[in-house]
Design a protein around this ligand. Sequence first.
Ligand code: NAP
Length: 272
Amino acid sequence: MDNKLQRTKIINIIHNDNTRSKETSEILENKLREYGYAISYEFDHNAELSICIGGDGAFLRAVHKHDFPYIPFVGVNTGHLGFFHEVNPDNINKFVENYSKGNYNIEDIYLVETIVCTRASCIELIGVNEIVIKGIESKVIHLNVSIDDNHLECFSGDGLIISTPSGSTAYNLSAGGSIVYPTLKTLQLTPLCPINSKAYRSLQNSAIIPDGMSIKINPEYRDENSILIIIDGKQFKYDNVVEITFKLSDMTLRKLTFHSQNFWSKVRDKFI
Ligand code: NAP
């Protein structure tokens, strides 16, 4: 018999430390074994699927830890909100049955890529939800913003959020940004407490930037050492930051979706 046909299919299970997540992972493991899958709790790069049990925060940490894997993932929500998650712990049997029959689609999750240049070097970083530029110690920061090298504004305020479509329902939404349908290839630039006075003029609302255009931020000289970069909740600090550029990444994450689910119903159920 062909060895390939005999090979057991591997599924990664990643869970956070909360009791419900641990219990759910045991139930899931047993069910998947019944259907002939092998389970790995270490991230196996030969797996055909990664299942992340927890909330959105646990999902974001897993994606960063495993360096944005190409293996598709699905989330089982034992967290608070679980916007990325498609499966409820009460529906494990149905999920495994649908998965084994191939009753699912794979959706791309667009990522935001930034290149942060200091006077010494440049570094590339990637975000799933958003990249936030803020001032240290709650200082007002002054940022020159350009889109495709066209100067747009000199922003003054708490900072700017550069959000992906999937991240539009996270920090971006709380800051007054719009919800963007996840298949639209766009970035959203959302101000955080923009100042509008006789001293400073900043755009008050979000701007939606299409794929293929880049956003460039040049901090004013006095702010080069006051910049914080926060990627999906994790903070980075660099000295002498002179330029930060953003674009949609060529890389995507791949997420399972099931036929019964609809993005706008999810928005209603989670936010209204
Ligand atoms: P966190 O506690 O892990 O997350 C804060 C809340 O945001 C949680 O309820 C989380 O859901 C939810 N969330 C995460 N991604 C989401 C998405 N794409 N759509 C809708 N809700 C989402 O906080 P953290 O570790 O500081 O940062 C993680 C994320 O939190 C960031 O990427 C940022 O978007 C968001 N955040 C929001 C605010 C705000 O709204 N004022 C401030 C800071 C950060 P779960 O409960 O399922 O984990």
